[in-house]
Design a protein around this ligand. Structure first.
Ligand code: NAD
Length: 290
């Protein structure tokens, strides 16, 4: 068994505790057992789980795993602390808010022989699976993905990083990308921001990625993907929720890695994809802020 702590008790952290208390029966998620949570506030037990201090979590032998569920700005420092202490880490996306730090963290994990996972629940969604099936074997002519949502919460970072889930979709659907141009429009007084990134596929097809956030904007993904023989402009109507939640599926994958059930080849493929997406996010941010 792998004893785990959850760092950061917001939406994601609470779900992590819930899922570890009731793991999917017969799955690798059962390899994890929750030992405590870490919060900056002093709190009583949450879902029956006790608060522990950072130093306890780093030093206790019965704790070998940390789930980092804080706001994005705190990820890098927290992940580094736990990796340095020789603990396995599952960090909510995005792993860090800069590419260089992500490379360093991955090197550290490998040096210490521990698993580092960046959560990617968007790859478990029905929408993504539907798109993946439609796109398989098709040749893209050009495409666009426009995400809208409410104003970004403080400490969640630049749009190219906070929106890494959308970028990951594009990379998993259309392969390795490069950044051609990127711009940002901001109205801080109204908590509004819009990033437009012009990306290119390996065979020079144009993909536009827009992240637009502001008060009252609906949480939605608008797509327009043109292929040789058809165009996709809409995602399917919301499917009924699958029997297994998205965070639980992510937990099962992490448990399988801890149990040595995921091949080195698959681990390396995932690492390359995560770092590729973070390097694109970095280039987009650099171009926007130039
Ligand atoms: P949230 O604001 O609800 O929770 C963040 C929590 O972390 C807060 O309770 C905050 O007090 C705590 N925190 C911050 N720094 C800390 C520290 N140093 N030590 C201990 N606690 C600390 O945010 P959230 O929606 O749960 O998102 C958290 C992370 O999960 C983000 O990286 C986000 O991108 C990711 N994520 C969230 C969802 C979701 O559905 N909410 C989905 C995918 C990924």
């Amino acid at each position: 068994m792998f004893g785990a702590v959850v760092v950061g008790l917001g939406v994601a952290g609470s779900v992590r505790i819930r899922d570890m208390l009731a793991p999917l029966p017969g799955s690798a998620a059962e390899k994890l057992t929750i030992k405590g949570f870490i919060s900056r506030r002093s709190m009583g037990p949450q879902q029956g789980v006790e608060q522990v201090s950072v130093s306890d979590a780093l030093n206790r032998d019965d704790i070998s795993v940390a789930f980092v569920c804080t706001e994005n700005e705190a990820h890098e420092e927290t992940v580094r602390q736990f990796l340095e202490a020789g603990k396995h880490v599952c960090v909510e996306y995005p792993m860090t808010l800069n590419y260089k730090a992500a490379v360093e963290l991955w090197d550290l994990a490998e040096k210490n022989g521990v698993i580092l996972q960046e959560e990617h629940i968007e790859l478990f969604t029905a929408d993504y699976k539907w798109l993946k099936e439609k796109v398989e074997g098709q040749r893209l002519q050009e495409g666009a993905l426009h995400f809208t949502g409410g104003s970004l919460k403080p400490r969640f970072g630049f749009l190219a990083f906070s929106g890494i889930a959308r970028l990951t979709w594009l990379v998993e659907l259309f392969g390795w990308l490069s950044v051609n141009k990127a711009t940002i429009e901001e109205d801080p007084n109204n908590n509004y921001s819009k990033m437009t990134a012009h990306l290119l596929t390996k065979d020079n097809r144009s993909l536009t990625w827009i992240e637009e956030r502001g008060p009252g904007l609906p949480r939605a993904k608008n797509i327009n993907f043109k292929f040789d023989s058809f165009t996709l402009t809409e995602l399917p109507p919301p499917a009924s929720r699958g029997a297994v939640g998205l965070f639980m599926q992510d937990l099962v994958l992490f448990g399988a890695k801890l149990a040595g059930q995921v091949s080195l080849e698959e681990l390396q493929r995932e690492k390359r994809r995560v770092l590729h997406c973070l390097s694109l996010a970095q280039k987009i941010q650099d171009l926007c802020l130039q």
